[in-house]
Each structure stands twice: as C-alpha cells, then as structure tokens.
Design a protein around this ligand. Structure first.
Ligand SMILES: C[S@@+](CC[C@H](N)C(=O)[O-])C[C@H]1O[C@@H](n2cnc3c(N)ncnc32)[C@H](O)[C@@H]1O
Length: 210
C-alpha cells in the first residue's frame, strides 16, 4: 500500500544518521515518491510556491530548488512564471526523476550542510521544501543558502518544529539581529502530511537576504 511504503521510507529518512544513508533511502523511494506524497496530501511544495510567488517577482532568475527531490516544485515554478530554476539534491535517484520532467536548467548532486560550490550571490531566490527536517538538513545548512542568495533575494523554506525548537529559531533571530536577513513571513505551524501519523508540525519561512 502506498501509505505504508511512504511511512516506512520517511520514518527511515527521519532516523538516518549519515548523508549517504539518506541518499540511499531516497534513491530507493524515488520511483513511487510522487504518488506516495500525493496520497499523503503532502503540502510543503504548494505552501512554498505560494510564499515564493508572493515575495519574488515573476521571472526572477536564477532560482535554486535546494533538496529538489523529484522536482514537484520545479514543474509548478515553470507554470507560474519562473523558468530558470536549478535543482540540488543528495539523491541521484531523486534527481533522475527530476531530470525526466525536463523542468530544471541544471541538476546538482550535492549535500547541503557543508560548503556548496556556488559563487556568492549566485541566486535570486532559493526554495527548500521538506528538507530542514529530522535526519535531513539542520540549521548548519542555512548559512550557505544565505551566502549564495543575492542581497534582496529570498529564501523560502520549511522547518520542522523539532529543529525549530532545537536552535533554528534562535539562529534566525540572531541573523535578523545582526542585519544579515529579515524574516518577512512566517506561517503558523501546520501538518505537512495530514494523512500521516507523524504529526510534528512544520512552518514556512521567507527570509530576505540583506
Ligand atoms: C521530503 S523530500 C522533499 C523533496 C522536494 N523538495 C519536495 O518537496 O517534494 C527531502 C529531499 O531532501 C533531500 N536531502 C536530504 N538530505 C539532503 C542533504 N544533506 N543535501 C541535499 N539534499 C538532501 C532528499 O534526497 C530528498 O530528495
């Protein structure tokens, strides 16, 4: 059953300790990821897309979909007027699915959480849905996204409450206080998959880089 498979894969990903384990879990899941997430009522891509469209002018480029997975968001970004988008993900299997959709200008198999091989100020906007969560990427992944986002650009991301309470909120507040960015929007906490038993909520954030 799709929901059982989905629950198992995501639970394993949440519990993963090493990036290569996360990549392997998603490699194995990539074939049914889209249908499983659809069945679970997965909300992060829709909410991130709405936030991005509210804060970044149509046609802003280039954008980076960080933790793009199979490219759910890339498909919709093109339709809504952002045709120049690159995908980054740690899982080659997920990137292969994204590539097959033909919606990204470039695909990068890279791990967030450490240095990224992109120039300072490279992107007009960055979107990262369902990536800052248990077993995936923690607050240590945020600084590189800020570095590669140009001043005036926005970073739209979701943050699971577990991470939020374990230092993410404090880090965002500190970055605001030092003038590195402004938090221009924060959603109320919401369930990313209403059909799932893991009910730890997440929030959507929009950060404008100074
Ligand atoms: C829940 S999926 C979300 C995918 C896509 N953003 C979406 O909303 O459908 C999480 C994605 O993050 C990727 N991921 C996990 N850890 C990562 C890391 N350290 N660096 C880059 N990608 C990572 C996984 O391979 C997976 O594709």
């Amino acid at each position: 059953m799709a929901d059982d498979k989905h629950s198992g894969a995501l639970s394993a990903a949440y519990a993963a300790k090493r990036p290569e384990d996360v990549a392997a879990i998603y490699d194995n899941w990539s074939e049914t990821y889209d249908s499983d997430m659809s069945a679970a009522g997965y909300r992060h891509p829709t909410i991130c897309l709405a936030l991005l469209a509210r804060h970044l002018p149509r046609g802003a480029e280039p954008l980076l979909d960080a933790g793009a997975g199979t490219g759910l968001i890339g498909e919709w970004l093109i339709i809504t007027g952002y045709p120049n988008v690159e995908a980054l993900d740690i899982s080659q299997g997920m990137l292969d699915k994204a590539a097959a959709k033909g919606v990204y200008k470039a695909l990068h198999r890279l791990a967030m959480g450490g240095p990224l091989p992109f120039a300072d100020n490279a992107y007009a906007g960055i979107i990262s849905a369902g990536v800052f969560t248990s077993g995936h990427v923690g607050v240590e992944g945020l600084d590189e996204l800020i570095r590669i986002c140009r001043p005036g650009g926005v970073i739209v991301l979701t943050v699971k409450n577990t991470l939020w309470l374990a230092g993410f909120a404090e880090r965002v507040a500190a970055l605001e206080a030092e003038g590195t960015l402004a938090r221009i929007e924060e959603t109320p906490p919401y369930a990313s998959m209403p059909g799932e038993s893991d009910t730890v909520p997440s929030r959507g954030l929009v950060l404008r880089v100074s």
